[in-house]
Design a protein around this ligand. Structure first.
Ligand code: GLN
Length: 196
């Protein structure tokens, strides 16, 4: 049995819990840093990245989250969660948790297209994944170790660096669970590698 956590400081927590459900998986709602010790993978939901950063500090999650990722445990950041993971945020002096080697641009779609829904082709998942974008960020640059898994109109919207996964959109807001299940499989593989 593996345990996957959803960081519950802000955002659509319950929807993520539902999308992660799998027969061999227990989902934990993470509200305290100590809970990171009992989980094998973690999701950072969307929301508002500046507020999230503040809550991460307030509840003393900053270093424990960095240590969690450094230990090789899979992390999946969605929308504002992706912003938290990036090493660089355009227009800001520094990144937040700086887990993934990439530059992101916040609110990259502007007012005209603040929210929209589309179908994305995500490498390793499917070519028709339903994606809801809400005041979404874009990945403008990735480091050498980062693999681009999906683009929307030639802009990067899904990327992976080893055990770290991030996307610009909200996969938890549709009934399409395939992308979450891809992350569940990443956690399964990371856990199997530890247990050999
Ligand atoms: N615009 C938000 C930010 O910059 C992210 C939006 C979202 O998570 N839906 O933090």
């Amino acid at each position: 049995m593996m345990k996957i956590g959803v960081l519950a400081l802000q955002g659509a927590v319950r929807e993520h819990v539902k999308s992660l459900e799998a027969p061999d998986t227990e989902i934990i709602i993470v509200k305290r840093p100590e809970q990171l010790e009992e989980i094998d993978g973690l999701v950072f939901p969307g929301g508002e990245s500046t507020t999230m950063r503040r809550l991460v500090e307030k509840y003393q999650f900053f270093e424990p989250l960095q240590a969690f990722a450094k230990a090789g445990k899979p992390v999946f950041g969605t929308c504002a969660g992706l912003i938290l993971m990036a090493t660089d945020v355009l227009g800001e002096p520094e990144g937040h948790l700086e887990l993934m080697d990439m530059t992101v641009q916040r609110n990259a779609f502007g007012r005209q297209r603040e929210s929209f829904e589309t179908e994305l082709s995500i490498r390793g998942v499917a070519d028709d994944v339903e994606a809801v974008f809400i005041r979404a960020p874009l990945i403008t640059e990735v480091g050498q170790n980062v693999e681009v898994l999906a683009e929307y109109k030639d802009e990067i919207v899904v990327a992976r660096q080893d055990h770290l996964l991030s996307c610009s959109f909200h996969p938890e807001l549709t009934n399409d669970r395939r992308f979450h299940q891809y992350f569940v499989q990443m956690v399964r593989e990371a856990q199997a590698a530890v247990n050999v």
